[in-house]
Design a protein around this ligand. Structure first.
Ligand code: CTP
Length: 400
């Protein structure tokens, strides 16, 4: 959940600042971008060099970076950069200053101007934690939308046993992941049953030959990955594809349009959202030869018959499912896509144009236009397939 997220970590003066070092390492290992702000007193506990090395970013401490040149850190930009500002450990002193708007260091000026969500993980002695002043400050912060990561119980720096130990880095990472999960697409996909189809279908002519197409499955696999990350229960029904199974996705491999139809029908009744990203063959050979077809005359004809239009059938038997189709067009794109949306009783259609460079089969990028059944049209620039999946899920989330 934290992959690619921008996380600003504030570290205040506490003996537990060493745990923030582990937190940075975990976040970076999980693929997050991390920038660290330390209060001047935090630098007495852990060296900024440690944080700078692990986060691969310079550590920010003073508002004024260079007194001689007047170079200063733009704390407003820092808050705007971050997807999340987490202060761990958060000392009693910093919590109090946060509530009263005292901006006497870079961390606090950043807090006062941050527009991103903020979390605090308090760390202090048992009595300081239970003092009415600290408890009131935590209550106020929480009421104002700051998430509190409760401290644990155990041995404290004072030698006492009690509350106030900074939550363990793994537990903080879990809270951060849960936060991003609930914030991705407003939590709309959490627990939803979603069916995604991907890749081509192969229609066999004989034991060695088939009719197929150039689809690689990249778009469908990117959608399945993004949905699993957003908390959906994803079943990915894939035609022949070289791609690896995405994590936390149930993968069912099929070969022909008919296999895909059977697999999709098996899940349809209990599915909330269906995304048909597969490039299903429209025709298949009437006869499949049991033995390899030997070459004979100068030409040969194949008799083909229509496959079942899976999506059309789903549209015809729809109860409460949200149905998303794809349309690959070469001319009169918008018009053709709208016709398909209506003819197949879809809720949304994603249009790819073969006119667009870098879009369609085999590319790592795609350029799509999303059309809803209420005729809302959104066109996107050329994006990676992962970004395109994000746009598609965003559009679905706004309509379910
Ligand atoms: N589709 C399907 N079953 C088929 C053919 C297509 O479910 N036998 C789905 C695709 O997965 C896609 C949508 O229908 O989501 C549009 O497919 P496309 O081939 O572009 O459109 P068609 O309706 O087949 O029309 P045409 O090929 O004439 O453009």
């Amino acid at each position: 959940m934290v992959r690619g997220r921008k996380i600003l970590l504030g570290v205040t003066g506490s003996i537990s600042a060493y745990k923030a070092v582990y937190l940075v390492r975990l976040l970076v290992q999980e693929g997050a971008q991390v920038k660290v702000i330390m209060t001047p007193s935090a630098t007495g506990f852990v060296s900024p060099t440690t944080f700078a090395t692990l986060s691969k970013n310079p550590v920010l401490i003073d508002l004024l970076q260079n007194e001689k040149t007047g170079e200063w850190v733009n704390h407003v930009e820092l808050g705007a950069w971050a997807d999340l500002f987490i202060i761990a450990p958060a000392s009693a002193n910093t919590l109090g200053k946060m509530v009263y708007g005292i901006a006497d260091n870079l961390l606090l000026t950043t807090w006062l101007s941050a527009k991103c969500p903020v979390m605090v993980a308090p760390a202090m002695d048992h009595d300081m934690y239970h003092h009415f002043s600290t408890q009131n400050n935590l209550k106020t912060l929480n009421e104002k939308g700051v998430a509190i990561i409760d401290p644990g119980k155990g041995e404290l720096a004072s030698g006492l046993i009690g509350d106030g130990r900074l939550a363990e880095p793994e537990a903080i990472l879990e809270k951060i992941s849960a936060f991003f999960l609930h914030n991705s697409f407003e939590g709309k996909f959490i627990g939803k049953q979603v069916l995604v189809t991907a890749g081509p279908t192969f229609e066999e002519l004989d034991p060695v030959r088939f009719i197929g197409n150039h689809s690689t499955g990249k778009m469908g696999y990117a959608l399945a990955t993004a949905l699993a990350n957003a908390g959906a229960n994803v079943t990915l029904i894939s035609g022949p594809s070289q791609l690896e199974k995405p994590a936390n996705v149930k993968l069912e491999k099929v070969v022909s349009a008919n296999d895909m139809l059977t697999a999709v029908q098996k899940h349809y009744a209990s599915t909330h959202v269906v995304i048909m990203a597969a490039a299903v063959a429209d025709y298949r050979p009437v006869n499949r030869a049991d033995q390899k077809i030997k070459k004979a005359g100068q030409s040969m004809s194949l008799e083909l018959e229509k496959t079942t239009d899976i999506l059309k059938q789903l549209g015809a038997t729809k109860t409460s499912q949200f149905l998303v189709g794809f349309a690959l067009e070469t001319n009169n794109e918008l018009e053709h896509a709208k016709q398909k949306l209506e003819a197949k009783n879809l809720d949304m259609i994603v249009l790819n144009s073969l006119q667009d460079q870098g879009a369609g089969f085999g590319h790592d990028t795609n350029k799509v236009t999303i059309i809803t059944k209420h005729n809302k049209i959104a066109s996107f620039e050329l994006n990676t397939k992962a970004q395109t999946a994000h746009h598609i899920l965003n559009a679905i989330a706004q309509n379910i």
